[in-house]
Design a protein around this ligand. Structure first.
Ligand SMILES: [Ca+2]
Length: 229
């Protein structure tokens, strides 16, 4: 399965708009993917978009067009377009601030977890989100009606293991599945081309404008490794 950890930094220079910045993963086509999107403020347009971060499963019967556009805007589920898997409306993004995101996707146990950091502070933790619809796919960046976004230090790792915090929150049957799955534990690190020099260090942060310098919280480097044969 395509276990993946995906991380990067959002930095929005625009001070006037309040729309979406995000990324996609498990991307299989322009009609089938997961999308994480963060809206600065609530807004009624085609329908209501709330402030905060959403994770949606897009499985669109129509593909790109007005119906999918409306479904991506709505903070909710739209039949035959998109399913809302998680929403945290606690914060919107602020301009000229570097935010670090970290996503874990473990398709074999259908578990997803998202973290957001501002500087050294963890400002959001999705908790475990369970969906096994998409078993992997491409990664990418996402915006909707929002300009002047800088994504930086974007990278992914393919990690054959489950982060401790995710593991601890799994129901027993999934814990058993993790522990009973035989496989070879491997660590491989890839970087995706982005802006500026990418560092292989997992938690090296870019320097933002106005002297903002984001740095991640404590690296989550404790893993529950599957037993090796
Ligand atoms: Ca806009």
């Amino acid at each position: 399965m395509n276990d993946v950890d995906f991380e990067g930094t959002f930095f929005i220079e625009d001070t006037s708009d309040d729309d979406f910045v995000g990324f996609v993963f498990g991307y299989q086509s322009n009609a089938k993917f997961y999308v994480v999107a963060w809206k600065k403020g609530p807004q009624d347009w085609f329908n209501k978009a709330e402030r905060g971060i959403t994770l949606k499963l897009v499985d669109s019967a129509t593909g790109p067009g007005p119906a999918l556009r409306d479904a991506l805007w709505l903070t909710g589920t739209t039949p035959n377009q998109a399913t809302l898997l998680w929403h945290d409306g606690s914060i919107g993004w602020s301009p000229n601030v570097a935010y670090r995101w970290q996503l874990h996707h473990r398709p074999d146990i259908g578990t997803i977890r998202f973290y957001l950091y501002r500087g050294n502070n963890e400002v959001m933790d999705s908790g475990n989100i369970y969906d096994d619809s998409l078993k992997g796919g491409r990664l990418g960046l996402y915006c909707f009606s929002q300009e002047e976004i800088i994504w930086s230090n974007v990278k992914y790792t393919c990690e054959d293991g489950v982060p401790q915090e995710m593991f601890d929150d799994l129901p027993q049957n999934l814990k058993d599945q993790v522990l009973n799955t035989t496989g070879i534990s491997t660590r491989s690190l890839f970087t995706i081309g982005g802006m500026g020099a990418l560092d292989r260090s997992l938690f090296q942060e870019p320097e933002g404008e106005n002297g903002n310098r984001a740095s991640n919280g404590k690296p989550r480097m404790n893993w529950v490794q599957k037993p090796c044969n």
